[in-house]
Design a protein. Sequence first.
Length: 395
Amino acid sequence: MKKSIGLFIFLVVCAQYDYAQAITLSGDILGTVNVPAGVNQLNGFVCVRSGGVLNVAPGAIIKASTSTSTLIISRGGRINAVGTSRRPIIFTTTQDQIPVRENLTRANKGLWGGIILLGKAQPAGNNPIEGLPASINPACRTFGGTQNTDNSGTLRYVQIRHGGFALTPNNEINCLTGGGVGSRTGIRFVECFANLDDGFEFFGGTVKPNNLVAAFVGDDSFDIDQGYKGTGQFWFDAHDSSTDKCLEAGGTGAGTALNVANLTCCGDGDADAFDLDRGGVLRTSLQVRNSYVVAFDNCHTPAGTADLGDVVGNTTGSRYSGITNPATCAPLALQTPRGITCSAAPRQLDPTPASRIPGVPPTKFVGAFRDGRDRWLCGWTALQSKGHLAAGVCL
């Protein structure tokens, strides 16, 4: 009887994920390739070349077969990976036993590469993207141009798990890297879980990503660089002890600018939330609106004479709490967010405030979540399926 039940469950899982149609992605993609629902493979460096299109069906799971396996969308190529809140698209490693069971944890980082989008938006020229070896075709590792409305496709309801393999020491691949990605590219409801390097990093470009989740990454959750100019809303950062900054901005390239609203930085009580200057030299123009910074050592990495107030142009409605050195948080307002619990422990993380914040107009709210009834994390994230969210968050 037990064998019969086990066989029945196996057949149900096979039917749901349609193993019979599984495909393996490898080499260059020059035409149109359709990835079906079910478990598929990514073998080595896969590059969607100019004119190529990669369509990924809701419910597809793409497992990297080697540690260096990486998906690259080059200039002129497109990816259309549009999942749903009930049938997300998952990029992970073959060591991940989903959909049968969740065997990997937040400690399992760097098991494959990640996803790299290369577009034709600013900065101009042929700029090399970080993380890739020089042996790869230049068309698959350079970005940039003058087409700021360029379109590299759509990522929606997508998980990217356990990536960030280091090709060489200190040369890891980010979970989702954008180089010169244009404003017509759609990035919304995308989760980076347990990546060895940064979660999301954008080099130049004008893309406007919303509803991002960076959970337990090994470096910065969000990083902008090389003249990026864009906006973002509803970004959520969840730290463990390996995570560095919630947001790093600036680096090389003139004119880096970010206007982000409804950001929730949920720390572990140790790291600094923002790194926005180096040696007192301001590296970016940043506006933070209606955002939470909770449980960090500093709001801003102390450096030279610059502080958060020097860098942040507008902090309307933003709040902080649980900061060891609160002087680094000016001009954000001190206010303990009721209901928010920052934790990497199982079933403890609750980023949703208990109620709206006094003084914030009803049409606006602080942080990435309106209140306990705002459940956009639910149904599609690894944070939920791996048991990190507190009871009640997704009820």
